[in-house]
Design a protein around this ligand. Structure first.
Ligand code: PMP
Length: 999
């Protein structure tokens, strides 16, 4: 073992390599002594001193490879050779060989969390590029013998398996016996190449953004071997410790294949090779551990490899291979395309004893976004499903209903449909068979000749009656299987494994709800091109992330049945994005780098097209919960009766107007109904002008009030932002009353008065010009400004000043109204003021385009100049029915109080996290209108927009929709539908904690 110290490294570098080094720091290394050297001006390089017994040829090999790469692939982030190798004279290192290489910036992959898709793909791509670049490289020493050469792996394991603890030894020996026959010939025929051979997570460096590999170091294991070893070794490490190892591995494979195409034979052996590397690793550790029984670290470092091996034992190899094949663009199940072709060319046959194509039939939409399901009183209630199917059959006069193949359904999004051996974190939602809804008792027939492969009665929680699997063979000799589910329990009598079945033979009959887990009576029919090591427990639903693989494992059976699915297929995200780009104006933005395709809302949840749920913490529009039944029903009912304008007498607008005004303090006694927050603010400005005869408007910096020409010119958030053209004529913006990062900060006892004094200054300037303010327009908690809660007394002082100069005060409650702030119904009430005009939008219609302006009788009268105020849609009966339902729900469900209670808990949770993570500079807001500001440096309060963006994106990956706000984009706002629960608040804090813990 070396005893070289950092001071020795400095001396050696100075004296023998002629570097003017200031300081050296030791770096980890398995054999070499490695030091990072700091040079004047901040430059860094790496000093590597080989052990005394090192083979000089191996060092020459590494050196030559790096030189080759520098010349042929200069873009690759691998160390550059700066000096050496030289043989050292230093008394402490005499005879050892030293060299200097360039320093690569980055953190080791093993210290970076999380490993996102982009990062994993970048790792694969870099290795692929490296292997391509090494194709033209040759060196006499490249055919070296190394225990880390995968081609020697079987021998290494065989030699060391005796050191593995007894409980695990047999498993390893069994694997060895079974894998030899596959792997030995593979290594004999495998494509060879010179490879790095050790892309472990401490040899891979990651760039600052955490999304890209910034370097690959340590070429000490470089050699010529089976070329695919490069990828297999990287995979073994990339899959360690991952909740979904295969999905993580798949990204690496995709990246590698994009740069260096993986051959089909290589793809077919990848999972074996990953296991081989893991076993070499644990067998080596076992040997070391036997030699050094006191070294606890050895056992600890082995644990993740064993954990992954255990995890992979549950995953059928055929499945892993299918996933990796798909990542390389190969048909996931090689014979699937031949089987599909054969099925297409075979005469269609029935599965229910009837000529299916000849029967009047209807296809039922059971997808995530199905309107038929949403119309049910409970779209998860299977009885309601049965009722809906019965109704559809009746309405259409059909005898048979079909449920679709490759359809994501929310019905399966429960733990019952999770299956060990596949992805476990992701909900399985995609139906991979076809449903044939027919009465219970209907005969089930095999459409093809074959034999009984297996049958089983399914136990709870998937107790949906017996399943039968038949085995068939195509004319070309490819085996495949058909599955029949939801059968009657008595079906299995007389059936035996291996029993020959003729085409058209009756094999079972359909079960009723009492014996098929409560489902509407139907046959679940599925075709399998591989059994993935399963039998009767074969899944009938797959995960969306592996949908392409499932399509190959379980192809569409409709051709075999002679039926065709006429319903429109949901487009993929890329297709929608492209169409959107051509149909809609480019000024519309999409959230997230990978846009979401949301098709359903329920309560505080949104669901994407594949049924993945997202907790919505951004949408304060769907105030009482997405698609609240009462609100939906109110709109639907009124829409079926009458929808017209306000020029006729109608009860609803009056009842609703009275209810809404009852929520407002005196003297706000008159209401105008409009269709958007922008229209409301436009009208408010006209009202103010009518009352005051003046046009100058005072607003707040960071404010947003709407999308019309005038409102953009007075919304500081817009006119001073990207594409903005400055404040409009007569617009005066006051500094944001931000106690955390504003001009005057918390702790100043005069803070409210000092901020309010800016209004006085504007007014003095106006008066000096012979003008007066028409209005002050501001939010009572600033939303786009970054959830800023002005200091107590601020609005009171501003209102007093503005009114003193003859202006009126408009409270924009578009974001904050309707009980969201918890203590009060309106946010202005927290500041103990009564505005002259209140504008409302967003939550007022729970997503329906409804908005309103409330004002005093006096101002309304001043506006009645003889010119009619007509708004075609404003106040129509449908909007009013919806608005009234929203008010009723807020009251009856106690949502204001709920916002207060849950908001307090959420705020407390956030404050607790603030205590632990100094990046959270400030937590603020009221009720369920909260925000937290992220800072680089808590004492300087410097904004940290990058972290805010990272949190928002990462939350989306973890199933929470969040977004950033504030002029510096460093605030995460929280304004969920008010049905957001305590559990949701806890989940939010847990996820945030997880993200802040990641580096
Ligand atoms: N005022 C505020 C405070 C808002 O946040 C918005 C919308 N974001 C508006 C007015 C404009 O509302 P709308 O988009 O309905 O026109």
């Amino acid at each position: 073992m070396s005893t070289l110290q950092e001071t020795d490294a400095v001396r050696i570098a100075r004296e023998e390599l002629d570097r003017s080094v200031i300081e050296a720091r030791r770096l980890p290394g398995e054999r070499d002594d490695n030091f990072v050297l700091l040079e004047p001006g901040g430059a860094k390089c790496v000093l590597k001193i080989a052990p005394r017994d090192d083979d000089p040829a191996e060092l020459e090999l590494q050196h030559a490879a790096l030189e080759h790469l520098a010349e042929h692939a200069p873009h690759l982030a691998v160390p550059k050779c700066l000096a050496g190798p030289v043989t050292l004279q230093d008394p402490l290192a005499k005879g050892r060989r030293a060299r200097l290489t360039g320093w690569l910036e980055g953190r080791p992959l093993g210290m970076v969390q999380p490993h996102g898709k982009a990062l994993l793909a970048s790792l694969g791509r870099m290795l692929g590029e490296l292997d391509v670049a090494l194709e033209g490289f040759a060196h006499p020493a490249q055919n070296r013998v190394l225990k880390w050469d995968l081609a020697c792996g079987l021998a290494v394991i065989a030699e060391r398996v005796g050191d593995v603890e007894a409980a695990r030894r047999e498993g390893v020996e069994n694997w060895l016996t079974h894998s030899r026959d596959r792997l030995v010939p593979f290594f004999e025929r495998a494509r060879r190449g010179v490879v790095h051979n050790d892309a472990n997570d401490y040899n891979v460096l990651v760039g600052r953004d955490g999304e890209r590999v910034s370097g690959l170091i340590d070429f000490g294991d470089l050699l010529e071997t089976a070329r695919i070893s490069e990828l297999a070794i990287a995979l073994a490490y990339a899959m360690l410790g991952k909740p979904e190892p295969l999905l993580a591995g798949r990204e690496v494979v995709r990246g590698y294949h994009s740069a260096s195409p993986v051959e089909e034979d290589e793809a077919d052996h990848l999972i074996d090779l990953v296991r081989l590397r893991l076993l070499v690793s644990v067998c080596n550790s076992a040997r070391e551990r036997r030699r050094h029984p006191d070294n606890e670290y050895l056992a600890i470092s082995e644990a993740p490899a064993w954990a992954l091996l255990d995890r992979l034992r549950d995953v059928p190899d055929a499945w892993s291979t299918a996933v990796f094949r798909e990542a390389c663009g190969y048909e996931p199940i090689a014979r699937s395309s031949r089987i599909r072709e054969w099925l297409r060319s075979t005469a269609p046959a029935s599965v229910v004893g009837e000529d299916l194509p000849a029967q009047p039939s209807v296809w039922i939409d059971l997808s995530v976004g199905s309107a038929d399901l949403a119309a049910l009183s409970d779209d998860r209630d299977l009885e309601a499903w049965s009722e809906m199917i019965r109704r559809r059959l009746q309405e259409t006069g059909a005898r048979i209903a079909f449920g679709r193949y490759d359809e994501p359904r929310l019905a399966y999004a429960t733990d019952a449909f999770r299956q060990p051996g596949f992805e476990i974190d992701e909900l399985r939602t995609v139906h991979i068979g076809i449903d044939v809804f027919v009465p219970a008792g209907t005969d089930v027939c095999s459409p093809l000749s074959g034999k009984v492969h297996s049958f089983q009665v399914n136990e709870a929680p998937r107790d949906y009656g017996p399943t039968i699997l038949l085995e068939h063979t195509t004319d070309g000799g490819d085996p495949f299987w058909t599955l029949y589910g939801h059968l009657s329990a008595s079906s299995l009598e007389g059936l035996s494994v291996g029993q020959v079945i003729e085409a058209g033979q009756r094999i079972a009959h359909i079960g009723d709800a009492s014996e098929n887990g409560g489902w509407p009576p139907h046959l679940h029919f599925q075709v399998m091109t591989d059994l993935l090591g399963k039998s009767g427990d074969f899944p009938g639903v797959g995960t969306a992330s592996t949908r392409d693989v499932w399509r190959s494992v379980c192809p569409d059976p409709s051709a075999l049945l002679g039926i065709g699915d006429p319903l429109e297929k949901a487009s993929d995200v890329a297709g929608l994005e492209q169409r959107r780009g051509s149909v809609l104006g480019p000024s519309l933005s999409l959230s997230y780098r990978e846009p979401l395709h949301i098709v359903k809302g329920r309560g505080a949840w949104l669901f994407d097209v594949t049924g993945q749920p997202f907790l919505d913490t951004v949408n304060n529009v769907c105030h009482v919960g997405h698609c609240h039944r009462r609100v939906v029903a109110a709109g639907q009912r009124q829409m079926a009766v009458l929808n017209t304008n306000t020029r006729y007498l109608h009860e609803t607008i009056l009842r609703y107007g009275e209810k809404l005004l009852a929520k407002l303090p005196d003297p706000l006694e008159v209401v105008f109904f409009v269709c958007s927050g922008s229209e409301a603010n436009e009208l408010a400005l006209r009202l103010a002008e009518a009352k005051t005869g003046a046009r100058d408007v005072i607003v707040l910096e960071g404010g947003y009030h709407g999308n019309t020409g005038r409102l953009v010119e007075l919304s500081h958030y817009k006119y001073s932002g990207a594409g903005g053209r400055g404040a409009g004529e007569g617009v005066h913006a006051l500094p944001m009353p931000d106690p955390y990062r504003g001009r005057i900060r918390e702790g100043d006892p005069e803070i409210a008065a000092k901020y309010a004094a800016f209004a006085g200054e504007v007014i003095d300037e106006l008066l000096a010009l012979g003008r007066r303010p028409s209005a002050f327009l501001g939010e009572s908690i600033l939303s786009c400004g970054g959830q800023i809660d002005p200091p107590e007394g601020y609005l009171e002082a501003v209102y007093r000043t503005v009114r003193g100069a003859g202006g009126v005060c408009i409270a924009d409650e578009v974001q904050t109204g309707f009980g969201r702030v918890g203590t009060h119904f309106w946010a202005f009430e927290r500041q103990r003021v009564v505005p002259d005009i209140v504008t409302m939008g967003k939550p007022i219609g729970n997503g329906h385009p409804l908005a309103a302006v409330a004002t005093t009788r006096e101002i309304a009268a001043a506006f009645a100049s003889g010119m009619e105020y007509f708004n075609t849609y404003g106040g129509n009966p449908v909007s009013c029915a919806i608005g009234e339902a929203v008010l009723d729900v807020i009251d009856e469900e106690g949502l204001q109080r709920h916002a207060l209670e849950v908001g307090r808990e959420l705020e407390a949770g956030l404050r607790a996290l603030q205590g632990r993570f100094e990046q959270i500079g400030d937590v603020r807001g009221a009720g369920l209108f909260l925000g937290f500001e992220l800072v680089e440096d808590p004492s300087e309060r410097t904004p940290n927009a990058a972290l805010a963006t990272r949190i928002a994106n990462r939350m989306r990956e973890l199933g929470i929709l969040a977004s950033t706000d504030g002029p510096e984009h460093d605030v995460i706002k929280i304004k969920p539908p008010l049905v957001f629960s305590r559990e949701h608040a806890m989940t939010y804090c847990e996820v945030l904690e997880k993200i802040l813990t990641e580096q």
